[in-house]
Design a protein around this ligand. Structure first.
Ligand SMILES: Nc1nc2c(ncn2[C@@H]2O[C@H](COP(=O)(O)OP(=O)(O)OP(=O)(O)O)[C@@H](O)[C@H]2O)c(=O)[nH]1
Ligand SMILES: [Mg+2]
Length: 258
């Protein structure tokens, strides 16, 4: 915590995991774990980022505020975390410049844990991206944010069932009011250290014909770029004739982003 930030009772209470938090601002050299903050625009990613790192990323009540990616750090329980705040995106298939930055980091930045931030009041719509991310990562936490707003509209979220269905931990938060942030910190820590095992929801029953072709393309990609993560996802996109991905492969965009 920097000197100009006053400690609250919450920061110092031993019962509260947030008492084990030290905000590092931009001191992010030699981190133990990298955490990505992903989600639809305007779900509170930068508000979560600010509360954990002590930085002041631009926030506001309209989509598309975060442009490019921001990095900050914190220590929780002795482990050093580098946190990446990403621009909001609706889909991993999106093509706007900011959405590409988010997509490339989620796919190729090799984060240890991805926090998927969703709006509790727009859960159904937000789960589209969440399910896409779960196809490509084994370590994720769903942060159901704006829970205060949802409550005001009499929306209740059954986090236990959601967690069971998705196969990852689900934490309800109000980042603006600091509610649930302690729980989020602890959960991310446990997932990063492998103390919580995720079994993410995946699309099953891919037709055999498609599976065979995807495997062929995947093998080729892996031969060409042995260290590139998510070759299966790329293979699906190539099979789909995604021009954007073909272009990105051709100009080495993914490869440089390792
Ligand atoms: N009521 C309430 N407002 C919140 C909460 N979290 C964030 N906000 C507000 O929601 C708005 C969006 O927050 P941001 O943190 O900028 O959202 P973002 O996901 O980073 O948005 P983009 O960068 O555009 O993708 C801001 O006005 C925040 O103050 C919350 O838990 N409750
Ligand atoms: Mg933002």
């Amino acid at each position: 915590m920097s000197n100009n930030q006053k400690k609250t009772p919450c920061d110092t209470c031993g019962q509260n995991p947030q008492g084990r938090l030290k905000r590092l601002g931009v001191e992010i050299e030699k981190s133990d774990y990298v955490i990505a903050l992903a989600g639809n625009p305007n779900t509170g990613k930068s508000t979560v980022f600010n509360s954990l790192t002590g930085l002041k990323q631009h926030t506001g009540n309209w989509p598309g505020k975060t442009v490019g990616r921001a990095e900050g750090g914190y220590i929780f329980d002795g482990s050093k975390y580098k946190m990446i705040d990403l621009p909001g995106t609706y889909s991993l298939m999106s093509t706007s410049e900011d959405e590409e930055i988010a997509r490339n980091f989620i796919l190729f930045g090799k984060p240890d844990v991805t926090i998927i931030v969703v709006d509790a009041g727009r859960l159904e719509r937000n789960l589209n991206l969440a399910l896409q991310i779960l196809e490509i990562t084994d370590k994720a936490v769903l942060c159901v944010n704006l829970i205060d707003e949802a409550k005001r509209h009499n929306i209740e979220i059954d986090t236990r069932t959601l967690s069971k269905e998705l196969g990852i931990p689900v934490v309800a938060t109000s980042a603006l009011r600091g509610i649930g942030i302690a729980d989020l910190l602890k959960t991310v820590d446990e997932v990063a250290k492998g103390e919580i095992k995720c079994t993410p929801h995946r699309i099953k029953n891919v037709p055999k014909k498609i599976e065979t072709e995807v495997k062929k393309i995947q093998d080729k990609i892996e031969n060409l770029y042995p260290n590139l993560p998510n070759s299966r996802w790329i293979a699906f996109r190539l099979l789909d004739g995604d021009r954007d991905i073909i272009k990105a492969i051709e100009n080495g965009e993914f490869i440089n982003d390792k």
